[in-house]
Design a protein around this ligand. Sequence first.
Ligand code: SF4
Length: 308
Amino acid sequence: MEWYNQCSLCPRKCGADRLTGSGACHTKLNISPEGELMIPVARAALHFWEEPCISGSAGSGAVFFSGCSLGCVFCQNGHISSGESGVYITASRLSDIFLELQAQGALNINLVTADHVIPIVADALKRVRGKSLTIPVLLNTSSYLTVHQLRLLEGLVDIFLPDLKYTSALIAKRFSHAPDYPEVAKAAIAEMYRQSGPCVFDADGHITRGTIVRHLVMPGCTADSKSVVRYLYETYGDNIYISIMNQYTPMDWVSDIPLLNRRVRHSEYESVIDYALSLGVTNGFRQEGAAASSSFVPPFDHTGVLPH
Ligand code: SF4
């Protein structure tokens, strides 16, 4: 029996048959006429809205995978995390996409929410990484993944861009239906740091290796945000970067949910930043200006997914 017939890949371990798409990640796999597994991808294009050391002015080569094994109720990429958008491609086509993004001048390959399809992504990377693909590879993840999932990528990823969304099991249960998220994510980030080591930047200030942990400040949850920052700084000190984000955007489907139906107040965000500074955090990023609008969400129109 193959792993996808009774899937226990991610911490949900839901046992779904991935060929029917009945898993908690909403990601049905297909089989090509040649017998290769196929996964749905929503967009593959240069992306300019990551941290400056990732996007630079040339852009990050972002590949957005459809579906998600965490499934936060407030997700601003909800149209792809719910598996509604995507074109099916093989690992062979995915490796060609990596090379096409490199040819467009991408600073790195940015794998956005690939956790639930990691075996196929690892297959694609093995075909080209260290051969025709010479730019760094970055895993952009919710951190809701097992150490086993991450070890499938050993030696294939240079930069990790994980979230640490919550340290509170109660908030994780309420916002992501995953009360085990804090312990799972902490173990995952430890494994990412083991694989990446401390951050390394090139002469232009672009990251080439290391781990940058993101935290999105949520409305009404500043106490947990401070707990997140404290955990990261006490555990990793200056060996990682911490990116504290204010871009929470209430989407239509959370308009009836208290807290989630409003933006983060300026005072809430600044209190988390002040706390980080008071701890001594210097290796970090903050977002300037007002909380973001939905313009941060790119169109998931299958750009760059199929061959020209
Ligand atoms: S990856 Fe998807 S199908 Fe597999 S265990 Fe996780 S949620 Fe279930």
